[in-house]
Write a protein that binds this ligand. Structure first.
Ligand code: F6R
Length: 238
């Protein structure tokens, strides 16, 4: 576990860790989270990569989730986020991005396709995770089975409220999302969980207690052999 004094330091440490993985594995499969927390990490990553001479053309990113019903060009789709925070600044080819299609006609087939796509890539090498105030990882809300694979979820009212800040109002937040499952996440070779800010303190505390508890999905990470928690003091101490 790495405790940083603030969000900036958290972002720097996470970016350094990602770059180490990129150096060791030019065809890294990077599991990408969206949301506010990793924005600083991606910004630092871009800054640091601009000073390095790394070939990123074989790297793939695999997103954790996508809203159901948003076209990929929607300003709040996770594909728009990826373009803004990673793909365009790094000049990556869009072919390197794997992301669920929230507009698929058959969502269950889409989930199956996504799971197979991850397997075809040999699994996720390094999974970056944020954490919800309720301990969710991806959009795996409390009591999601630990053996879940990629699936469609009904977002909880709390999560829709928390994400309303990205939309014009809560009613604009989609009700459903496609998310990779908890077992998909747990199959990642390495995992980095980022938590910043006081509002994450209860979830972080649940994880650091060491008990695995379905009420706090992120607690399952205690069973993973290679997880780095990077949390700032506010998230650690509340
Ligand atoms: C995002 C995701 C979510 C977020 C979590 C925290 O792809 O899967 O689990 O990581 O909701 O979001 P922020 O960072 O906005 O507080």
């Amino acid at each position: 576990m790495i405790i940083t004094k603030d969000y900036t330091q958290l972002s720097e440490r996470a970016a350094e860790l990602i770059i180490d993985h990129m150096k060791n594995n030019p065809s890294l499969v990077l599991g990408a989270a969206t949301g506010d927390t990793p924005k600083g990490t991606y910004t630092q990553l871009i800054k640091k990569l601009n000073k390095e001479d790394l070939d990123l053309s074989e790297i793939k990113t695999v997103n954790l989730d996508e809203y159901v019903g948003l076209v990929s060009e929607h300003s709040q789709s996770y594909w728009t986020y990826m373009k803004e925070y990673l793909y365009n600044p790094l000049n990556l080819s869009y072919n390197q991005a794997i992301i669920p299609n929230g507009k698929a006609e058959d969502l269950h087939k889409e989930c199956e396709r996504y799971e197979q796509e991850i397997n075809r890539l040999g699994g996720i090498d390094l999974q970056i995770l944020g954490i919800g105030r309720n301990g969710h990882i991806g959009f795996n809300e409390p009591y999601t089975p630990f053996d879940s694979r990629t699936h469609v979820v009904q977002l909880t009212e709390n999560t829709r409220k928390a994400n309303a800040r990205f939309f014009t109002g809560e009613e604009e937040v989609p009700e459903r999302a496609i998310t990779v499952g908890i077992s998909t996440i747990m199959k990642s070779k390495s995992i980095v969980l980022l938590a910043s800010g006081q509002e994450k303190a209860s979830a972080v505390q649940a994880v650091l207690n060491g008990q695995v508890d379905g009420a706090w999905p992120a607690t399952i990470l205690n069973n993973h052999p290679d997880v780095t928690f990077i949390v700032d003091e506010a998230a650690k101490n509340g």
